[in-house]
Design a protein around this ligand. Structure first.
Ligand SMILES: Cc1ncc(COP(=O)(O)O)c(C=O)c1O
Length: 404
């Protein structure tokens, strides 16, 4: 019997089954911090976890009511793959009013289970081996893995912490490659809290046009800006609407992280490619969650102001506190709800430092290197938490490093 003569296959180890691109990807460092904090907590340790990015408010009542009503009315079935017409209309109105972006609800918008998944779909649709994607750093931890999981190469554009992470034409020109097809932006920025100025946005817009790039702009923190700053959508600049995908989601502005609702708007041909991928990935975002999404976007917006006012107070509290700790420095952030603390005087190795902070004083922070090499020597903490937790954090850090 011929098959008996064949050499028996070597026994595979569990690792031999991994796809290379997945084996090489690192898990999310922010989720890793939360996991380490959770483990300490389970041992009875009083941990203050400032690692994540989850608003400390429950989703407003009218949004919850709308989802419950939809569910009770029987909206428990699959819905259209690009999102319910009502939700897409609400998004289209919002984009027009807030961002001055004209996106037709029938063709230019795709609803996704979370903003993160919209980016993931875009990578599946537009990135492959041979495609370079420029990522401005410090950058949110998922951009590079999302590009690499799709087989592309991320080009890290490290911004200078000593120049307040300013975006310049020189720095962009010195990193662009012949294979660069996409540039990824995020303002207000996670983790630095910087809000791009009009001048920086103009630089990016003309750079994208001259190099014929697709622009991916992640605007998920647009509503969380301080001192009357205005968020500017790059899609509104000359020549940009036809080359831009604008990503957003309801997680941060409406305290809806657990609902998993996001969306992307852009040229209809691009949305259609992403929809095709989505149809094979998730079919559609959750039906009744989208009813909540309609209530969020079409209902009273003062709820956002209330949350932003609380975070504004905490922004001052944490920044003054951090600046009173020996060796630590933090500027007053312009947007989002993270402090990006410069700890280079204390330790230039941010993983070692974050580990010490967790194990010695039981505060969970994310090492700056998780956001790229230009974040090294820093750590990120979320101030979307109670005043009390922030005050205790300052006490603990002062106990560890001393007062200035
Ligand atoms: C910059 C940035 N973009 C996107 C997301 C994704 O949010 P979600 O998937 O909850 O919409 C996050 C969440 O932390 C983020 O910080």
């Amino acid at each position: 019997m011929a098959h008996m003569d064949k050499e028996a296959p070597m026994q595979r180890t569990v690792h031999d089954f991994y796809a290379t691109r997945v084996r090489d990807a690192k898990p999310s460092p922010t989720l890793a911090v939360s996991e380490a904090a959770r483990q300490l907590k389970s041992q009875g340790v009083d941990v203050i976890d400032l690692g994540g990015g989850d608003p400390d408010f429950i989703t407003p009542q009218h949004i919850r009511d709308a989802a419950v009503a939809a569910m009770n009315a029987g909206e428990t079935h699959y819905v259209g793959g690009t999102g319910t017409p009502e939700f897409r209309k609400a998004i289209s109105n919002k984009l027009q009013q807030d961002n001055r972006i004209v996106a037709h609800h029938n063709s230019d918008i795709l609803v996704t289970p979370g903003g993160k998944f919209a980016l993931f779909l875009a990578a599946q649709a537009f990135v492959e081996p041979g495609v370079d994607v420029m990522v401005l750093e410090p950058a949110w931890v998922s951009y590079i893995p999302i590009v690499e999981l799709a087989g592309g190469r991320a080009i890290s554009v490290g911004l200078d912490p000593d120049a307040n992470f300013k975006i310049t034409r020189d720095i962009l020109e010195s990193h662009v490659t012949p294979a660069t097809r996409i540039i990824m932006l995020n303002s207000p920025n996670n983790p630095t809290g910087r809000v791009m100025t009009r001048e920086e946005t103009e630089i990016l817009a003309s750079f994208a046009v001259e190099h014929d790039l697709m622009v991916w702009t992640d605007e998920i923190y647009e509503k969380i800006v301080y001192d009357r700053r205005q968020h500017i959508s790059i899609a509104t600049f000359e020549g940009l609407v036809e080359r831009t995908l604008t990503f957003n989601g309801l997680s941060k502005a409406y305290a809806m992280t657990g609902w998993r609702l996001g969306y992307v708007a852009g040229p209809k041909e691009w949305i259609s490619q992403m929809s095709k991928v989505n149809s094979h990935a998730t079919t559609c975002a959750t039906s009744f969650a989208q009813a909540g999404g309609v209530a969020a976007l079409s209902g009273p917006q003062e709820i956002i102001d209330e949350m932003v006012q609380a975070w504004d107070r905490r922004r001052h509290l944490i920044t003054e506190g951090i600046n009173g700790v020996r060796g630590l420095r933090s500027s007053l952030v312009e947007g989002a709800f993270y402090s990006f603390v410069d700890a280079r005087e204390v330790d230039t190795d941010s993983v070692r430092l974050a580990d010490r902070i967790l194990n010695e004083v039981h505060v969970g922070v994310v090492p700056g290197i998780a956001f790229g090499a230009s974040g090294e020597g820093h750590f990120r903490l979320s101030f979307a938490t109670s005043d009390d937790a922030l005050e205790r954090t300052i006490d603990r850090l002062t106990g560890m490093f001393g007062a200035k």
